[in-house]
Write a protein that binds this ligand. Structure first.
Ligand code: HEM
Length: 464
């Protein structure tokens, strides 16, 4: 009996020790006058835990780490020591409250492709100035005038898919590329669309290539295409300067700035916005096709909502901004897709100095990664998180738990445009078409955005 109670006591003490281990570690380190690093493992020299992260669904890696070490843990990815952040409050600290201590960071090759002066890579005054100019072009007030133009692009895209087997992601990329150009160049885009598309498509092939600038390499071809893109933009800018006309689009916003952006700064930021706008929105639209296809009752509810709007229209009467505000069900579908698919699983920042963070030390130069996907898939924030259930958005999510467009000074300035172009496409898709998904449908690929396997091949049919 005595032995049994000793054994019981032993296990209880062991359990308590395991529970308070992080606190003890912090206490000991504090006693030595130094904060501890967050718990976690750094893996092999140089390669760290890169394979463990990239050889499987990243959520499995994150979830097992969170279970073992809690919501702040260290690891080593792509040659860099990192701290991963899986709690909404800590993510807010990195992205908002202490944003000045964590600068955005990207691989050098991406900086060269997009252009060093693009908004993503900056902090401080230059970033604030650019952000003001970008936001000005994407406010509801600015984009409400292009609803009917976006609608024409959506109708044209859907008609071109009719009766064919298509790769949804590839086709959605064409749609979102054309909408991005429309918002950047306004009606001018049609004259330059094909040339810009040709160059951009070569450029993007080099995004994840080795940065070796020798003839024949992908990187070299990309850099050449980038130069050509900048030349086309310089031509558009010079024509506009001669016209002395005021334009409401993004290029107009960049050119209208009193302090002035150089042609090079404009080119870097136009290319940057296309990069930020296209694959992101196309991935979400691809997931929407999949989730609507798999959830007939949700599709039915969305279709009824869209048909009710259609009934208020005369033949060929265009959609308006006001119409898009009468789509609560469709809006919830978009929100739930953004949550479940979490196409941007995480983002990167870098500590600009040694930072004391929730009782731990984040050394200068370490990467810090707020894990959006993990926060969106935590049952504490969203009950039954793997289930696609748009009605959960009838109530507002808890603060800082829903961040599909990021948070703070670098949060997405294009979010209103992204939502608008999705609503417009869904309107025409559900009122005029049916689709069936072809091939296996359970796989997810990450490249880098989460995407249904093989870009979701579908066949699209006209309803009537
Ligand atoms: C559904 C589609 C989209 C999603 C999910 C998305 C998501 C995001 C996220 C999470 C960030 C912040 C990244 C970070 O903090 O590191 C971001 C930044 C950004 N996004 Fe989007 N985005 C989308 C569409 C767009 C569109 C349509 C545009 C432009 C028209 C755009 C332009 C930008 C820009 C310029 C930034 C950088 C802002 C800065 O650094 O200050 N995005 N986006």
């Amino acid at each position: 009996m005595e032995f049994l109670s000793m054994l019981f006591l032993f296990f209880v003490s062991l359990f308590i020790l395991v529970l308070i281990r992080p606190a003890i570690r912090k206490f000991v380190a504090f006693g030595r006058g130094k904060l501890p690093l967050p718990p976690g493992t750094l893996g092999w020299p140089y390669i760290g835990e890169t394979f463990q992260l990239y050889s499987q669904n990243p959520n499995v890696f994150f979830a097992s780490k969170v279970k073992k070490f809690g919501s702040i843990f260290k690891t080593h990815i792509l040659g860099c020591p990192c701290v991963m952040i899986a709690s909404p409050e800590a993510a807010k600290l990195v992205l908002v409250t202490k944003a000045h201590l964590f600068k955005p960071t990207f691989p050098a090759s991406k900086e060269r492709m997009l252009g060093k002066q693009a908004i993503f890579f900056h902090q401080g005054d230059y970033h604030s100035k650019l952000r003001k100019l970008v936001l000005r072009a994407f406010t509801p007030e600015a984009i409400k005038h292009i609803v009917s133009d976006i609608e024409s692009v959506a109708v044209e895209s859907l008609e071109s898919w009719e009766g064919r087997m298509i790769n949804s992601f590839q086709e959605m990329k064409t749609y979102t590329f054309n909408v991005a150009l429309l918002s950047i160049l306004g009606k001018d885009e049609i004259h330059y669309r094909e040339d810009l598309k040709r160059c951009y498509y070569i450029l993007e092939k080099g995004y994840n290539s080795m940065p070796i600038n020798l003839p024949g390499t992908l990187f070299h071809k990309s850099m050449k295409a980038r130069k050509e893109l900048a030349q086309i933009l310089a031509k558009i800018i010079s024509v506009r300067r001669e016209m002395k006309h005021n334009y409401n689009d993004l290029l107009g916003s960049f050119m209208g700035d009193k302090e002035g952006l150089t042609d090079e700064q404009i080119a870097d930021n136009v290319i940057g916005v296309i990069f930020a706008a296209r694959d992101t929105t196309a991935s979400v639209l691809t997931w929407i096709l999949k989730y609507l296809g798999e959830n007939p009752s949700v599709l039915q509810a969305v279709t009824e909502e869209q048909e009710a709007i259609l009934k208020t229209k005369q033949d060929y009467e265009a959609l308006t901004w006001a119409d898009t505000k009468k789509m609560p069900m469709t809006t919830k579908v978009i929100q739930e897709t953004l949550r479940v698919a979490s196409i941007l699983s995480f983002t990167f920042r870098e500590a600009v100095e040694d930072v004391e963070f929730e009782g731990y030390l984040i050394p200068k130069g370490w990467k810090v990664m707020p894990l959006f996907r993990n926060i969106h898939h935590s049952p504490d924030n969203f009950p039954d998180p793997e289930k696609f259930n748009p009605s959960r958005f009838e109530a507002n999510p808890k603060p800082n738990t829903f961040m599909p467009f990021g948070n703070g000074t670098h949060s997405c300035p294009g979010n209103e445009l992204a939502k608008l172009e999705m609503l417009v496409l869904i309107h025409h898709l559900t009122t005029k078409y049916r689709w069936s998904m072809m091939g296996p449908q359970n796989g997810i690929q990450y490249g880098p955005f989460a995407l249904p396997q093989n870009g979701l091949p579908i066949r699209l049919f006209r309803k009537y």
